[in-house]
Structure formats: C-alpha cells, structure tokens
Ligand binder design. Structure first.
Ligand SMILES: [Ca+2]
Ligand SMILES: [Ca+2]
Ligand SMILES: [Ca+2]
Length: 353
C-alpha cells in the first residue's frame, strides 16, 4: 500500500519536472532565473573616504537552481572596482544574496569620473550574461571647492549632458554668477504633469552640501501662483550613513508613501507647480528655502539657483519628460551640486513668474 503510494507520488513529481512551461526549453529541468536589484551602481570616494562600498542583490526568481558562474568587472577603469571575497555560487529557487561592490580610486592622479561594467554570468559556458553599469567618482575631498562639478556627476552616471562648465575639474559650474541658462540647460521654472494618469517621480542623484546638519536638506513641491507657497515635503536627506550629504545616490527618507528603491512618487496637482529645497544649516545662511522660480529666491540679487537639464540616456537619446534639477543653495561657490534631483513625468509650464 505504502509502496504503491510512493510510486504514484514519484510519477506525479516526475510529471511536474517534465512539464514544459512557456519560455522554457522543452524537456529540460526547471532553470533558475537571474534577477539583479539594479542595472546601475554609482560610487564616490576621495578625501576622508578612501573607498566606497555598495550592495547589489542577486536573486533567483526561477523555479530551478541558479548557478552564478561568473562575476567579472570589465572596461577601462575596471581595476578601481572589486567584489571582495566573491566566487561562483548557486542559489536555490526563491533565494537571494547581497554582493558587496567596492570603488577605490587610485590616487589624486585619477580624479574624476570612472566607468566599468559588471558582468554576471548564469550557467555554464555560453551562459546568459547580465550587465550592471558601474560609475565611480573620485573626488579631491569634502566640502568647498574640493567637491565635484555637476559635469563630473553627470559623467559618472554616464549621462551625455553638457552642463556648460568650462572647466569640469573645478567645482564651480559658472565662474561668474548669472541668471542665464548655460550648456544644455532649458528655461523651466514651473512644471505640469506630462501624463496625468501616472505619478511624478523624484530621485536624488547626488548631494554635495553641508554634511553635518540634520537633515542635509528637505525637498518637495508647491502649487505655483500663490503669494505664500504651501510646501509639500516629499523627502528629506539624513546626514547618515557615512557622509550622506557628500554622496552620489544618497540615502533618502521619504515623506510620502509609495517610495521604492530611492524613488519617491506623488500625484502632482492638476495645475502648475514648482519644486523647492530647504536647507537647515546656519553655518553660512539661515534656514534658506530655494525655489525653481527665480522670483522667490529673494536672498540673492542673481536669483537663478536651480538649473534644469533635460535627461539623456547613456546612448545619447533624449528621455521625454525627464529633467535633472541642479540646485545651488548659496551664493558663495556657484557649484549647483548641492541637490541634483531627477524628476520624471513633467513638462515645463512657463518660463517663470
Ligand atoms: Ca568648473
Ligand atoms: Ca552650493
Ligand atoms: Ca556644494
């Protein structure tokens, strides 16, 4: 009785294994599916931070065993990136593993953006490969003129956008303060939602600001037109971990529900709106708020403190309805690297007040 039950069960199991599912080779056992948590990773190091370490999650979202047979960094600056202590490994169905990836610039000799590619190979010889873009920014140090230029920040992400900086090796975007657009910048001080059925998303690409006052900054939107704008906070940027206020891809604390992987979504108002950042530091100024609308930046006679750049993909193609806002929170250094924020699903509404 028991024996026949076992045989019957074995037959059922064998039947399952032999079932062909859509997308699988007929007749083979179920295979693992390699899923990576990100397709790009950015790093910055230099000054007080000799090396930067970030994590990549590797998951097996298939139904069989996943064999990760190769992890290789290739490209011109491959030697700056490493996966310490990692060798080929297997994951059972549904398992995942965090991999540490490090960026360690060589010396002051290679300041600036450095790029490589992480290739993750699944299976045996001729197995499928997935790639992760690696961008590392080697900085001279922290704060003041040791910070990187916005051009180097864009270059590290691989975005082929010209900021208009005549010398990307120095932190200042413009040598002389000006209200005029520079480089690929466009005139856009207020915005509308582009696709009204989709949310607007906000992602902090970088911040190089005063790093030791909590929070480094807050960021949000407001409906345009009111004399006293009602500020709607979307996120704040904590001073930790590490020097989070001097960082590419910093950690954020969302103020609204529905944030995923550092991207905050919100349902923008039907009319026009602007974006703001608030800076609590009293070291150089008193708790200032900086607006995309020049006319609201009454702290400066030259009030153009947010420069919008249309996003371009790594291959050079423009990305519709996506803009990077480069903000300068003071009128000391003209660096515009204090908050570099990517906004998607917006269109410029008007040139300004
Ligand atoms: Ca410069
Ligand atoms: Ca600044
Ligand atoms: Ca700065």
């Amino acid at each position: 009785m028991k024996k026949s039950l076992l045989i019957a069960l074995s037959a059922v199991l064998a039947g399952c294994a032999e079932t062909t599912r859509p997308g699988e080779d007929s007749g083979g056992p179920p295979v693992g599916t390699l899923t990576l948590s990100r397709s790009e990773m950015v790093f910055n190091a230099g000054g007080d931070v000799p090396s930067d370490r970030r994590t990549l999650q590797v998951s097996n979202t298939g139904e069989g065993t996943l064999n990760v047979s190769g992890l290789a960094v290739t490209g011109e600056d491959a030697a700056r990136f490493a996966l310490p202590g990692v060798s080929p490994f297997s994951l059972a169905a549904g398992e995942s593993r965090e991999l540490a990836v490090t960026f360690t610039p060589n010396s002051d000799a290679d300041l600036g953006p450095q790029n490589a590619t992480l290739r993750v190979t699944q299976g045996g010889e001729g197995g499928s490969v997935q790639e992760v873009y690696l961008g590392g920014l080697s900085v001279e140090g922290q704060e003041g003129t040791k910070e990187p230029s916005v051009q180097w920040i864009f270059d590290t992400y691989g975005f082929p956008i010209q900021t208009g900086d005549e010398d990307p090796t120095t932190s200042a975007l413009v040598e002389e303060a000006t209200n005029a657009p520079v480089g690929d910048e466009v005139v856009a001080q207020t915005f509308r939602r582009a696709d009204p059925t989709q949310p607007v998303t906000v992602e902090v690409l970088a911040t190089f600001a005063v790093p030791n006052v909590e929070p480094v900054f807050e960021f949000g939107f407001y409906e345009a037109g009111a004399a006293e704008p009602s500020l709607q906070k979307l996120l704040s940027l904590p001073i930790r971990p590490g020097l989070n206020g001097q960082r590419l891809g910093p950690v954020i604390v969302p103020s609204v529900p529905g944030a995923e992987a550092g991207v905050v979504s919100f349902n923008a108002p039907g009319g026009t709106f602007g974006f703001y950042s608030s800076w609590p530091t009293t070291r150089f100024f008193e708790q200032r708020t900086v607006f995309t609308e020049d006319a609201r930046n009454t702290f400066d006679a030259l009030p153009h403190h947010v420069r919008p750049y249309p996003l371009k993909e790594r291959g050079g193609a423009p990305v519709e309805n996506a803009y990077i806002l480069a903000t300068d929170e003071s009128n000391r250094l003209n660096d515009y690297n204090d908050a570099v924020v990517l906004i998607r699903n917006v269109q410029p509404a008007e040139a300004g007040l």
